[in-house]
Write a protein that binds this ligand. Sequence first.
Ligand SMILES: Nc1ncnc2c1ncn2[C@@H]1O[C@H](COP(=O)(O)OP(=O)(O)OP(=O)(O)O)[C@@H](O)[C@H]1O
Ligand SMILES: [Mg+2]
Length: 273
Amino acid sequence: MTQPILEVSNLRKAYRQGGLFGGSAGPAALADVSLALRPEDGKVLSIVGESGSGKTTLARIVLRLVTADSGTVSVAGQTIVASGARTVDNRTLRHLVQPIFQNPFEAFSLQLPVEEYLFRTAINLGDAAMRSNPKPAVEDALTAVGLGYARIAGKGIRAFSGGELQRISIARALIAKPRLIVADEPVSMVDASLRMTIVNLFKELSEQLGVAFVYITHDLSTAYYLSDVMAIMRQGELVEFGRPETILQSPRNDYTKALLDAIPTLDRRWSIG
Ligand SMILES: Nc1ncnc2c1ncn2[C@@H]1O[C@H](COP(=O)(O)OP(=O)(O)OP(=O)(O)O)[C@@H](O)[C@H]1O
Ligand SMILES: [Mg+2]
């Protein structure tokens, strides 16, 4: 039996609202969400849904940046959240799952050269060999995202475009050799002309390195293009889950139909130019 790359079971989250002393539970940001990405399904799970549907909440629970009220999360067979509580230590977690955020400029500080982050990641998360000589791991990760070390050496974030900086943050995520990368709207702040190069990079990395991705987006067309399995969320619930072509060819849900109708340019053959 194969272990799921990602398995989420009965996840619930309601943010607390109001009151200096904890307030009360607000509406459910996640209402009993269960899903799984299995090796036989492929490597990329997309999560699509309108604003406020719970995509980021789900991502942040998987990254353990937000605490769930209840439910279980496992990555590559290891339980990282059980009954809402953390299980494995943070170091183990970082080798299982790594984040890529929407705004790559926020992932790095203005002061430090970006290579410093890559070195620190290699030193913090590497084995003894990587700790004593982190440079090869940093170079490998940069090569994997199509950048040479010389391109970044000594430079701060201002020297890069959003697309380049997002590549560097992908390199940083790769250093720990995670099983899963969770990318929350990773191209929405990247120049439109460069978005497909980043989406293609995810595809390439999933095929060549075997790392799996959760790709969160508002954009059904890139989700369709990139993902092997698609989840559509609305108001904290999963309204569709399955192969993208099945969902888009015969949406079961009126909400999915509305999302499809809201795409002005893309025709139903789903060709991506
Ligand atoms: N830190 C928070 N405190 C209180 N409520 C929150 C918090 N973060 C999210 N929420 C609420 O939880 C719900 C789900 O939000 P979430 O950010 O997960 O949605 P999303 O699908 O990522 O939306 P978007 O597409 O705009 O990024 C929303 O109703 C939101 O207002
Ligand atoms: Mg979000």
